[in-house]
Design a protein around this ligand. Structure first.
Ligand SMILES: *Cc1c(COP(=O)(O)O)cnc(C)c1O
Length: 379
């Protein structure tokens, strides 16, 4: 019998407090990953926290925003911007493509008063990725503040706020970084801080307030945390940054690029009418590959059939209206691996065959392997 008063130890529990110095060191590692000299703040919640906090901090009734919609998140950002009283011009492009810098320039020409641009870098939900470097050039010429959701791109492809002129760059660790979902980070330029400081509607004394953290944490020399940090998530973020540094960020990104190319090539070779949802390979995100199902096949049923083969595979049907037509292969984090791509293609082949669709599984596996090899040679 246990002595009364003893507590069973557990690896997640009874940890020593996370020090301010360790918290700041994790922020420094995120800054290095992003190659940024801007202030990096680790926000104590899922990425929606800094995504919303940055918009509510920077936008107000005087803001004129260009909101680029290439998937479901762009829709949400437009809602927040309107909520803040901003004038919002939506630039929506079909989910099977990416937005171009030329389209952004056209919007500036039509509305020269635009002073804020919101953009999602890569969309895991739709499988596209946008040319942020080129768009950033146009935004710089316009002099607008540039807000970027890089949650689904970081770790899968370069995310370079300083080089691209991004003023507010939000990342999360739960996709290609292979880390926790409960913390996120944002890099903030001097311009963006100034815009927030001048905004009377920017949240203050609020969980959404980035300015509170600037004053109480960054400007105070990162010596005392304003409140108890999300300790487990911070440790997990530190571990995931360590793992990326050990492998090399380039190698992690190359693995995601290879997984996307292999999945795309494999799906095409599988045949039977399964097609890449994003038409052009250059617009397809390295983080996840979306596929359009053959006519007569319901995507959510196909996914259910594939998961019956192996429930651990990173397969999902599209969200909302896309549930009928889109399959998502979420080959990110540890799933950006040749065996996961192979197993995903095989698992999709079985229910397609069952539905009477003629597919060539062996050809798909060969094509995926070749594409992975070519991607490796190119990196
Ligand atoms: C995944 C993702 C997020 C974070 O959303 P969760 O669904 O909570 O993971 C934010 N933005 C984009 C573009 C994403 O793909």
């Amino acid at each position: 019998m246990e002595e009364s008063g003893t507590v069973t130890t557990h690896p997640f529990l009874d940890l020593p407090p996370l020090s301010a110095a360790r918290f700041a060191a994790v922020e420094g590692r995120v800054a290095r990953l992003l190659g940024t000299r801007q202030d990096v703040l680790i926000t104590q919640g899922e990425a929606l926290l800094p995504l919303e906090g940055a918009i509510r901090g920077a936008a107000g009734p005087g803001t004129v925003a260009l909101n680029v919609i290439t998937g479901p998140y762009g829709q949400t950002f437009g809602d927040w911007l309107r909520d803040c009283g901003a004038t919002v011009y939506d630039l929506a492009v079909p989910f099977h493509t990416a937005v171009t810098a030329a389209q952004v320039r056209e919007a500036f020409a039509a509305h020269p008063e635009i002073d804020f641009v919101s953009l999602v870098h890569a969309e895991a939900a739709t499988g596209n990725t946008n040319p942020v470097a080129e768009i950033g050039e146009a935004v710089r010429e316009q002099g607008a503040l540039f807000y970027l959701d890089a949650v689904a791109s970081v770790g899968a492809e370069p995310v370079l706020p300083d080089a691209w002129g991004v003023d507010l760059c939000v990342i999360g660790a739960q996709k290609a970084m292979g880390g926790p979902a409960g913390v996120s980070a944002i890099s903030v330029s001097e311009r963006a801080w100034a815009r927030m400081a001048a905004n009377p509607n920017a949240p203050r004394r609020s969980y959404l307030s980035l300015l509170d953290w600037k004053e109480r944490w960054i400007d105070a020399g990162r010596t005392a945390l304003p409140h108890a940090p999300a300790q487990l998530e911070m440790l997990a973020l530190e571990a995931c940054l360590e793992r990326i540094e050990e492998a090399g960020a380039e190698a992690v990104m190359a693995r995601h690029r290879a997984a996307a190319l292999a999945t795309r090539a494999g799906a095409v070779a599988l045949g039977g009418g399964l097609e890449p949802y994003v038409y052009e390979a250059r617009d397809a995100a390295p983080v996840a590959t979306t596929l359009r199902v053959p006519s007569g096949v319901v995507a959510s049923e196909l996914v259910a059939g594939a998961l019956a083969v192996d429930p651990s595979l990173p397969l999902a049907a599209g969200g909302g209206a896309l549930a009928k037509e889109m399959v998502r292969v979420n080959h990110y984090g540890p799933a950006a691996a040749p065996e996961t791509v192979r197993a995903s293609l095989s698992a999709l082949a079985a229910p397609l065959t069952g539905a009477g669709v003629a597919v060539d599984e062996a050809a798909a596996l060969r094509a995926a392997e070749r594409a992975w090899g070519r991607a490796g040679d190119a990196s």
